[in-house]
Design a protein around this ligand. Structure first.
Ligand SMILES: [Zn+2]
Ligand SMILES: [Zn+2]
Length: 353
């Protein structure tokens, strides 16, 4: 089969590799669509992991083969996959810190080599410990929607970390695909969402995703406008969905005492920033993060996506065939005004229905 193999920093090659062989307790899935995710882009660009690997973890496709000991699945079913699943029993899991669970840190989906998701290939092997993360795609929904379940889950998890009351004022900084998901999910919960970005087109879109107020991130009166919006009280929370330290400082200033600043895009190890720590200690402004998904939210994430309360189809602007995955990642790494979520689609039926 064809696969896009990571051979080193910024080195992706279209290669022919064997179709993965499954064990009796595993599934083989023919990939129809795989979202390009910023965390994979970072690993590819900076070469943070030893090659070779086949990346891609926002995967949907059709079950091609069911291991003899697997129950509840049949060949031909259309499914969305989750590549990480917590054990639900260890110390971290009992604290609901699922992303810190040892099992969770293992990748349960592979197209060959060291497991890394495998979605940039024609077939993936789904290991037994991630089978509880396989979600069936309803007949009315497409593979692209299935592929978006994982990122939506990560955003839902982060939203749940915020202590919010209906009508609270939340600023979502950055209106890329993830920021727009935040805007929508917070609006659905009855929040007053202010959305900021540097790109006018994205702000316009944020309005249609439920933002009550949109602001250019480089607006010279940004702080005054936020203060006026919140009648001088300050924001109840700010979500920083851009990897900018200045945005973190600004967010920390703009939230009220006892408010929350949630980091979602600061995934690069070793990055440090100057912050006023008394804002945390004295003003009780929580600085927090959220990373990856929460399996207990899977049903809710699936309902939001498949009922189109969060219409992820509107976030997908580009679709590339497998042989152009390198281009897809390049585009996702340097987003343009008209590019949002980018999907690699090895299968020809990805866009139905
Ligand atoms: Zn992802
Ligand atoms: Zn665990």
């Amino acid at each position: 089969m064809r696969a896009v193999v990571y051979r080193g920093a910024n080195d992706l090659r279209l290669e022919t590799v064997p179709v993965p062989r499954i064990r009796p307790d595993e599934l083989l899935v023919k990939v129809a669509a795989c979202g390009v995710c910023p965390t994979d882009i970072k690993k590819i660009q900076y070469g943070t992991l030893p090659p070779p690997r086949i990346f891609g973890h926002e995967t949907a496709g059709t079950i091609a083969q069911v291991g003899a000991r697997v129950k509840g699945f049949r060949a031909g079913a259309r499914v969305a996959l989750h590549h990480h699943l917590p054990c639900l029993e260890c110390h971290a899991c009992r604290h609901r810190a699922f992303a810190q669970c040892a099992q969770y840190k293992r990748t349960g989906i592979t197209a060959g080599f060291e497991p890394a998701g495998g979605g940039y290939a024609e077939y993936v092997r789904v290991m037994s410990f991630v089978l509880p993360g396989v979600v069936k795609i309803p007949p009315a929904n497409g593979f692209l929607e299935g592929a978006m379940l994982e990122p939506v889950n990560t955003v839902l998890k982060a939203v749940n970390r915020l202590a919010l009351l209906r009508g609270d004022y939340i600023l979502v900084m950055g209106q890329g695909p993830i920021g727009l998901m935040f805007t929508r999910l917070l609006a659905l919960r009855g929040m007053n969402v202010a959305a900021s970005d540097l790109l006018a087109d994205r702000l316009k879109l944020a309005g249609t995703f439920g933002a009550r107020r949109t602001l250019r991130a480089d607006d010279r009166d940004f702080s005054e406008k936020i203060l006026r919006l919140t009648r001088g009280r300050g924001l109840d929370a700010a979500v920083v969905a851009v990897p900018s330290d200045e945005a973190v400082r600004q967010a920390q200033t703009l939230v009220r005492g006892g408010g929350q600043v949630l980091l979602f895009a600061h995934t690069r190890r070793g990055a440090e920033a100057d912050l006023d720590l008394a804002a945390v200690c004295v003003d009780e402004k929580d600085l927090m993060g959220s990373y990856s998904s929460d399996v207990t939210l899977q049903t809710e994430a699936a309902r939001l996506v498949f009922a189109r309360r969060l219409d992820v189809r509107r976030l997908i602007t580009h679709r590339f065939p497998l042989e152009r995955a390198g281009e897809a990642i390049q585009l996702a790494a340097s987003p343009a005004a008209e590019s949002l979520k980018i999907v690699v689609a090895p299968g020809d039926r990805a866009f139905e229905p």
